[in-house]
Write a protein that binds this ligand. Sequence first.
Ligand SMILES: [Zn+2]
Ligand SMILES: [Zn+2]
Length: 268
Amino acid sequence: MSENDQMQVSILASSSSGNTTYIETPQHKILVDAGMSGKRVQDLMHSIGRDLKDVDSLLVTHEHRDHSSGVGVLARRYGMDVYANQPTWDAMASIIGKVPAEHQHLFEMGKTKTLGDIDVESFGVSHDAAAAQFYQFHHNDRSFAMLTDTGYVSDQLRGTLANANAYLVECNHDLEMLRMGQYPWSLKQRILSDTGHLSNEDGAAALMACMGQQTKKIFLGHLSQENNMKELAHLTVASIMKEHDYGVGTDFEILDTDPAIADPLFAV
Ligand SMILES: [Zn+2]
Ligand SMILES: [Zn+2]
């Protein structure tokens, strides 16, 4: 594989208040989700030396606003092809407004699509949205898997996501911070349920069940700004993995994400 035929990724923004991720290869440029204003997504793209006018495809995971609020604007302003499954299209219609028919595409759950030189695999997660699905990207025998917004990780999903080169995995909350925090009981229950979000401990367990010899980079994502802290998520995941004899910092790196600052592009 030549140096310049790589897949590169930047987690542009990740938190429970707004998510967007950029993936590029020589032939295709993809955005996953746009849970913020079009202007903010463009500012994040500029911060890594890229521009939204070059993006070919916008993949949507589910209709929650922290993933969809900028989708309509980007589709209309930049003429991106937008992909989502049918229940998600239906559920986000009122949030995103009109998307020109020629830019609306179906991406059914469990299917794989080839976009340029990237094979994109979709898979369902356990979340309280119409039909939340996330994606794994394959290019030249390398893969990047995204898994957030899920209450738990099934055995089947562990198989699908086995041994990716890089992961973005959810570490939504610290259990104690959530329990002791200000959220109403019903919202706490929602977050903790099987269709809610992964805690820091859950994220570590999901990673250990999925990762393999090829795994080099792990991004901790979708942190709640109320119920988690970067340092705490990082420390919790790293210490659980070390307890299980994983080579944290030697075999692979654990990296943070930020609600407002893009992670630099990295080659998968
Ligand atoms: Zn979310
Ligand atoms: Zn969600």
